[in-house]
Design a protein around this ligand. Structure first.
Ligand code: 5GP
Length: 175
């Protein structure tokens, strides 16, 4: 499949994505039994994962979003920009940050620094995809759907130059 100037090949099918989401949701349902959660979705990429994850959550839960950006093309730019800030006070809440993919971990570090001043009761991270070999942050996600090598992917909420977020499965770039 061509997106803008690059070719992408099928990588993770829809069934595998759905199974990974159910397994993450089940773990959260167990770990937070009888408690409530605020999910904090990171726009734009995590919108689809947030939606499918929450449908599998049986706990009392709310959702809030922040919008951050570090990626230019297929590489992290190294600096994370805050485009839409935190609109909800998280004091005393159990927060689960929801990411589409954790790569260098710089975005996560920035989010932790944004929400720590609110003094939440707890903060954990749920991510659909995790690239352990690219990671250099200080907050390893507790809930990981699928670990992948350091390859650029699109689909299921993730884009290449703004395109591809609507694709229901995950594709990887062909070098
Ligand atoms: P990090 O700050 O961990 O390096 O990157 C986090 C953000 O970069 C993700 O939320 C996502 O928006 C973007 N990103 C990281 N890796 C990929 C990738 O392989 N494909 C796409 N489309 N976006 C990615």
């Amino acid at each position: 499949m061509q997106i803008v100037d690059r070719i992408f090949e099928p990588y993770i099918d829809q069934k595998t994505v759905e199974n990974a989401i159910r397994s993450v949701a089940n773990r959260i349902n167990i770990d937070y039994e009888n408690q409530s959660i605020v999910f904090l979705g990171i726009l734009n990429g995590a919108f689809m994962f947030c939606s499918d994850l929450m449908k599998n959550i049986q706990l009392e839960s709310d959702i809030s979003f922040v919008k951050l950006s570090s990626y230019q093309g297929t590489k992290s730019g190294g600096t994370v920009h805050e485009l839409i800030g935190l609109m909800q006070n998280l004091k005393g809440k159990n927060v689960v940050i929801v990411e589409d993919i954790v790569d260098t971990g710089l975005t996560l570090d920035k989010i932790f620094s944004m929400i720590d001043r609110d003094e939440p009761a707890s903060v954990e991270v749920a991510t659909l995809l995790f690239k352990p070999s690219a990671y250099k942050g200080s907050h390893i996600p507790k809930y990981i759907g699928i670990e992948i090598p350091d390859e650029f992917v699109v689909g299921y909420g993730m884009d290449y130059q703004g395109i591809g977020r609507n694709i229901p499965a995950i594709y990887k770039i062909k070098n």
